[in-house]
Write a protein that binds this ligand. Sequence first.
Ligand code: F6P
Length: 359
Amino acid sequence: MKRIGILTSGGDCQGLNASIRGVAKTLYNHYGDNVQIVGIIDGYRGLINGDAKELSRDDLSGLLTRGGTILGTSRQPFKLMRVIDEENSVDKVAAMKENYKKLKLDCLVILGGNGTQKSANMLSQEGLNVVSLPKTIDNDLWGTDMTFGFQSAVDIATQVIDCIHTTATSHGRVFIVEVMGHKVGWLTLYAGIAGGADVILIPEIPYDINSVIKTIQRRNETGKNFSILAVAEGAVSKDIAALSKKKKKQAMAEMVYPSISYKIAAEIEEATGQETRVTVPGHFQRGGSPDAYDRLICTRFGVAAANLIINKDYGKMVALKGTEIVSIPLSEVAGKLKEVPPDCEIVKAAKDLGISFGE
Ligand code: F6P
């Protein structure tokens, strides 16, 4: 009897359950009744605490469209994995290895984003059989053209911008839609273009507020009395971007606004006198059912991960390269961020269209 553990870690997103289903169905199809899927509860925390349960076929049915994760999730920062918990003196890495053994696992399937993949690589290097799937609405995982969850989040953020368009035109207002993404701007870029935003601000392209204001004023001069800005949570001004890492952190901590969008809104309102509003869809972007794209990619990723297990090809993350599903060593993925290259085709296309990046 094969025993395969599955855990979901980090921020949730659409498609976690669809991916679990893809793995489980393929394993059942291959091993029949000779496989037991073991769900690890609440991500790495469950593996550390030995919190797991054997899942039945019924538990794994009906998951294709279900949002969230049936296993629960938690954030366990990679940088703390090797730090012994002072409170209870727990050596987290030793505990995870011990529980993997106690649960008699042949392999552990890990679904997660950047931090999760680093921990997955660490466990693989510690001798556990691991395969992983690329999850995050941020699409910032190096080594894969697409992460699951991203396209569903793009759909939601785009719908928000669509709705904001109608009220912005009615009132002749400036609207900022703050899109998730502290470190990278893929989601803002895609939703901004799909939603027809006039200005897109992302962390990879620091903005000059005067340039943003000029864009709005130019639109007003040509008879467009409203403007839509898609702003990433991690958008940064040129001034702040020029600071050292420490000073940058300090400047952000001292900011009196709830987020960067509110600061930008205040600056626009002061300079133009035009009513400016902020909309923050927040965790809406991670909720609900996966869209058709994600259902398909999760299923393909799940099947590919199961095939890695069947072939005992461990220490790999499944990935999308062009139109093909491939697998890449976790050691190559771990610790690398896939940022938006400021000169990439999609940014150029947006600029050709007249979208401002506030440069
Ligand atoms: O990494 C996914 C993500 O949704 C980011 O886009 C966002 O900045 C962050 O997680 C929010 O984290 P939390 O759910 O812990 O507030």
